[in-house]
Design a protein around this ligand. Structure first.
Ligand code: AMP
Length: 546
């Protein structure tokens, strides 16, 4: 027997319809690429999203076509979030920090039809345009009079001229909630980048769960500043949860230094902010130097990399700001766990509470997790036994775009598919998970991935290199920085400087290793695989160059 309730598909357009009807005056503030502060509201965003949808129809894009963005956090990007997905096309947020070759590879793999970009990225667009044959339209996110005459991009459109003339009348189509809505590539696994392809359903369910009190606790009384980029897992889904709850949004644009962020937090009376530890390191550094205090900030969500204890303590003890330590992945939309205390833990001493707060936290409703041993057997939640962390749920990836990498899921005896996160963790009896290591071979620097394989392959292409292993070393600002450990070919010579120079132009500058360590042998396992854990152990006294 079926229930007798209305069966409405869960679509992203319903978020902007809700925001317009119930929170039209909710503020959306953006620091623009031009440097000024722009103010609008949910009502205007909704209208302009409909204009965007009409303009996309005008370009003749088919259902499911990819519309890419190369943009900072800002109101135009927000309009594209709703206009593109709501009109049944797929929003593809590109990461501008990648090397032009990596970026062109991704655009081609996604078969993007349109790329809309902030003017900051014009040089990058110029570098890749000729290598992106699928892209039929380039749109600069600016007014018509700001369009450069000498862009070198035939038919370059200005966003405002393109969508500004369109009617604000548009009826959002209804379709299957499992349709693709947006996509994000990640290099968080080995091989070429792979894309997580989100659906309308997964996005809406994630938006509900992320807003809950023990998740990010969002409400119509909040003003939220996502420093986490809209090109990285949809800014942790904040634009969607914000539309659902009616909270205000404050976008930092390209200015993510401590001073600029502090100014916005204060001038816009921000109550909650979200970002990776590196960003908060810069903010705290600025505040400590200048002797500043927050007047409205209550919570900060810190994730993407482990939050250092000193940071939680500084926010909590010096500034009275609660840190929500969160963990997730691109493949998880991204929210998996958030660290909020339970009722009985409120009775603990501050020192005991701090021990809990350092953990990555409890699974939000909708995410199930477990730790397993090498045979896939589930391990106990005793806070001591560590194992590979597996997850499942309606906003967790089932397979990568175009089936890349095959079936990523591990089946249990009931036939349920679990996604292996590549993280190693312990879980305590209260369900608090703590990451202890990473089994995947990647380095995360300032919240962005560096593929150790890419770094190794470039070193191996040097005629004097016999073997190369790239490992991550702890860094106070960037969390991790790569170094490359090298065995030279007999009778061949190469210096540290020569090898580092060999990386120039082959990967993005920030992906170039900080140092080269020459060794006689790199430890290998039985199958000939490099033993990075052993190597890291051997390098335990190594210090990164200052
Ligand atoms: P991404 O797909 O870029 O969001 O990266 C996801 C990965 O970042 C996770 O699998 C972890 O390895 C790492 N990560 C994310 N959040 C945390 C955290 N709070 N603590 C430690 N590692 C984290």
């Amino acid at each position: 027997m079926l229930g007798h309730m209305q069966s409405q598909p869960l679509l992203i357009s319903s978020l902007i319809v809700h925001a317009e009807r119930h929170h039209a005056r909710g503020q959306i503030v953006s620091r623009r690429v031009e440097g000024d502060i722009h103010r609008t509201d949910w009502g205007q965003i909704a209208q302009r999203s409909r204009q965007v949808a009409n303009a996309i129809n005008g370009l003749g894009l088919a259902v499911g076509d990819r519309f890419a963005t190369l943009a900072w956090n800002g109101y135009r990007h927000l309009e594209l979030y709703f206009g593109v997905s709501g009109s049944q096309r797929v929003l593809h947020t590109l990461n501008p920090r990648l090397h032009p070759e990596q970026l062109a590879w991704i655009v081609n793999h996604a078969e993007d039809r349109v790329v809309a970009f902030d003017m900051t990225f014009l040089p990058l667009v110029k570098a890749v345009a000729a290598h992106c044959p699928t892209v039929k339209h380039w749109i600069a996110l600016c007014d018509a009079d700001k369009l450069p005459a000498d862009s070198g991009l035939p038919g370059l459109l200005s966003y405002e001229a393109w969508m500004g003339q369109q009617s604000t009348d548009y009826i959002w189509p209804e379709f299957d909630e499992n349709s693709a809505s947006s996509m994000c590539y990640t290099s968080g696994t080995t091989g070429n980048p792979k894309a997580a392809l989100y659906s309308h359903r997964s996005t809406i369910l994630h938006a509900y769960s992320a807003a809950l009190p023990d998740s990010l606790c969002l409400s119509a009384r909040d003003s939220v500043l996502p420093v986490v980029p809209m090109f990285h897992v949809n800014a942790w889904g904040l634009p969607y949860s914000a539309a659902a709850t009616g909270c205000s949004l404050v976008f930092p644009g390209p200015a993510m230094d401590g001073k600029s962020i502090f100014e916005l937090l204060e001038s816009e009376k921000v109550t909650m902010a979200a970002g990776v530890p590196t960003v908060w390191q810069m903010l705290l550094g600025h505040m400590q130097t200048e002797g500043l205090k927050f007047s409205t900030l209550k919570r900060t969500v810190i994730g993407g990399s482990a939050c250092p204890p000193a940071m939680i303590e500084a926010f909590n003890n010096d500034y009275g700001v609660e840190v929500l330590h969160a963990w997730g992945m691109t493949e998880m939309s991204p929210l998996g766990t958030v660290c909020t205390l339970k009722r009985d833990q409120m009775e603990l001493t501050p020192a005991e509470q701090m021990k809990v707060r350092l953990k990555q936290g409890r699974a939000v409703y909708g995410v199930d997790m477990k730790i397993v041993d090498a045979d896939g057997k589930e391990l106990p939640w005793d806070g001591k036994t560590y194992g590979d962390l597996l997850v499942r749920g309606p906003w967790i990836i089932a397979s990568y775009f175009k089936g890349e990498g095959g079936d990523p899921l591990v089946r249990d005896e009931a036939g349920h598919g679990w996604f292996p996160t590549g993280d190693v963790a312990v879980i305590d009896a209260d369900g608090f998970m703590q990451i202890t290591d990473r089994s995947k071979d990647v380095i995360k620097s300032g919240g962005e991935w560096i593929s150790s394989i890419d770094v190794e392959n470039i070193a191996m292409a040097h005629p004097a290199v016999a073997m190369a292993a790239c490992v991550g070393m702890k860094h106070p600002k960037w969390d991790e920085r790569p170094i490359v450990v090298v065995v030279k070919k007999p009778g061949k010579e190469v210096t540290r400087e020569e090898l580092l120079a060999h990386y120039e132009g082959k990967i993005a500058k920030w992906q170039i290793p900080d140092d080269v360590v020459f060794v006689d042998v790199i430890p290998l396992g039985a199958t000939g695989k490099m033993q990075k854990m052993t190597l890291r152990q051997q390098l335990k006294d190594y210090v990164l160059p200052g």
